[in-house]
Design a binder for this molecule. Structure first.
Ligand code: GA4
Length: 334
């Protein structure tokens, strides 16, 4: 008989030591959206880490818990049932396999769009039991998180003293905005728990990568696992906080800021003990939107480091890469 984990897949990856939780707690910027220094803090965090946590975010707790419980229900279905919602390219259920070029992780997920047509048609088909309840929960959550995304992008524009407050948020407000919602479930691994005693997380859930979009807005349950890479290449384990959101700068914002804001490299390592559930809202521009360094975010006389591209071009190129590839490389000016 076949071993259970015969997937031609090595999910356990030795990892560089990560900092301890106390260090991470003091290091990761926390932006209180209701405070007056929010915009300067947020700006600094985008420059220094490309990553920060937001509190007083305004997303109703019911919108979060309702989608979370629907996601938990979905991932607890029988495998054959979940497989019916696949494959995930470009939207639907995926299991262990990530992208199109051979990346794997100890994760299963749902990739969703948030527009009304998708919600009223495909989204419901993914969720056999109470399909309407599911698409409503997705819609509710997406609407609330969209507001948060706008707020963050407007504070960032203000912090960076851009002329128009909506210089960045208009990309998300655009009716054609290519926004994606991802539900990630990192199941427990009874077979490897024992090896984590006295050690750190050692199950590779999602390999290191940067997100191609403008920003990503992440919320997880109380199970940690997200790690971010700092400028010096060291990894920091991010303590989970189900009441907050984490914002990640993506490749597109790095380009728009001509490298001033940092597209943060991140990964998920879990310990196999408790399942982690995360929901990530990826803010993408419309497909035809031109992405390139913005004068307003650059110093006088600063030279542009990137060639201009449309979001469609970048996205198409991204899907031909492996997770850990340097996707911006080919778009960099020599
Ligand atoms: C990373 C950010 C989003 O999760 C995602 C991912 C996408 C996928 O899982 O299909 C990608 C990955 C992400 C980056 C490069 C390509 C595309 C897998 C992959 C190897 C949905 C996205 O937009 O890009």
């Amino acid at each position: 008989s076949k071993p259970i984990f015969d997937l031609n897949f090595s999910p356990i990856k030795p990892c560089k030591p990560t900092s301890n939780v106390d260090a991470a707690l003091t290091m990761i910027p926390v932006v209180d959206l209701s405070s007056h220094d929010a915009k300067s803090k947020l700006l600094k965090a985008c420059e220094e880490f490309g990553f920060f946590k937001v509190i007083n975010h305004g997303v109703p707790v019911e919108s979060i818990t309702s989608l979370e419980s629907k996601a938990v229900n979905f991932f607890s279905l029988a495998q054959t049932q979940k497989d019916e919602a696949g494959p995930p390219n470009p939207f639907g259920y995926g299991n262990k396999s990530i992208g199109l070029n051979g990346d794997v992780g100890w994760v299963e997920y749902l990739l969703l769009k948030t527009d009304p047509l998708f919600l009223s048609q495909r989204c419901r088909a993914f969720y056999g039991e109470d399909p309407l309840g599911f698409s409503n929960a997705v819609n509710d959550y997406a609407e609330a998180v969209k507001e948060l995304g706008c707020e963050v992008l407007e504070l960032l524009a203000e912090g960076a003293e851009m002329k128009q407050r909506n210089a960045l948020s208009r990309l998300l407000m655009d009716d054609e905005s290519d926004t994606v919602l991802r539900l990630n479930h990192y199941p427990s691994r009874p077979d490897v728990q024992v090896s984590t005693i006295g050690g750190g997380n050692n199950v590779l859930g999602f390999g290191e990568h940067t997100d191609p979009q403008i920003i990503s807005i992440l919320r997880s349950n109380s199970v940690s696992g997200l790690e971010i890479s700092l400028k010096d290449g060291s990894w920091v384990a991010v303590p989970s906080d189900p009441t907050s959101f984490f914002i990640l700068v993506g490749d597109s914002l790095q380009v728009m800021s001509n490298g001033r804001f940092r597209s943060v490299k991140h990964r998920v390592m879990t310990n196999g003990l408790r399942p982690r559930l995360s929901m990530i809202y990826f803010v993408g521009p419309s497909l035809q939107e031109k992405i390139g360094p913005m004068k307003e975010l650059m110093k006088e006389g600063e030279e542009s480091m990137y060639k201009e591209f449309t979001w469609n071009e970048y996205k198409t190129a991204a899907y031909k890469t492996r997770l850990g590839d340097n996707r911006l490389g080919p778009f960099q000016k020599k």
